[in-house]
Design a protein around this ligand. Structure first.
Ligand code: PGA
Length: 253
């Protein structure tokens, strides 16, 4: 089953317009100069989405939101709806990032509603799952990830164009790496779970890894059997690093 590798740069709350323009232009130039086989997506802060729509236009680099409201539109101050994200050129949206789960109290049900909203509004959700250090130390990593996945299934459309991002919370922005064995164990578990619930469709869903992916460790991570790409935070803020990570994507299939 061919799954196209996917590299997503999550800029989080970084990038004023000047730096966002420079970074986007550097990444577009680098991607355009290469015969890039993987899909490349950038998730800038909402304030830079419109700028990036203009800078990415015509290139192979696609745009993503970092979050969306579960509501379609209306009286929800401070929220951004999926239709608005589509309107500024987004194809994808990150849903349930651990920083939103922690900072904004997003629980599994809310994440599932947001995922459903993304499908409703014509976006491909990148749903983040992952355990905390405490949960891993208690030997509960697979149980936690299983519970995060379980709430999604009742809300999935037929043949969902879903992306799952496994991001162990303890490896995000910490420089602390999950080992290839730890990563493959959870990715293999997610693949099995998707296939058990969705049959052949589960095989088509991409599972990307996130958590301190850098040019130096990307190759070993992307070579793992059930890893279909990466969700890159810190290293997506320097075009040279992000492009080096793109260069580490193997021709897997
Ligand atoms: P990091 O972030 O690469 O800085 O660890 C990854 C993410 O949170 O998406």
């Amino acid at each position: 089953m061919a799954r196209r590798m996917l590299i997503v740069g999550n800029w989080k709350m970084n990038g004023l317009l000047e730096t966002a323009r420079e970074l986007a232009d550097g990444i577009v130039a680098g991607v355009s100069a290469r015969a890039v086989g993987c899909e490349v997506v950038l998730a800038p802060p909402a304030t830079a989405l419109h700028l990036l729509q203009q800078r990415l236009g015509g290139s192979a680099v696609k745009l993503a939101g970092q979050d969306l409201s579960e509501h379609e539109c209306g009286a929800h101050t401070g929220e951004i709806g999926g239709i608005m994200l589509r309107n500024v050129g987004c194809w994808y949206v990150i849903v349930g990032h651990s920083e939103r789960r922690a900072d904004c109290g997003e629980d599994n049900d809310r994440v599932a509603r947001k995922m459903a909203a993304a499908f409703r509004d014509g976006l491909q959700p990148i749903v983040c799952v992952g355990e905390t250090l405490e949960e891993r130390d208690q030997g509960r990593a697979l149980e936690v990830v299983g519970a995060q996945l379980a709430v999604l299934y009742p809300r999935l459309p037929k043949r969902p164009s879903l992306v799952v991002a496994y991001e162990p919370v303890w490896a995000i922005g910490t420089g602390r790496n999950a080992s290839p064995e730890q990563i493959q164990e959870v990715h293999g578990f997610i693949r099995q779970d998707l296939c058990a619930r969705l049959g052949e469709d589960g095989r088509k869903i991409r599972i990307v890894y996130g958590g301190s992916v850098k040019p130096g460790n990307a190759q070993a991570i992307f070579a793992l059997e059930d890893v279909d790409g990466g969700l890159i935070g810190g290293a997506s803020l320097k075009s040279a690093d992000f492009l080096a990570i793109i260069d580490a994507v193997p021709e897997k299939f």
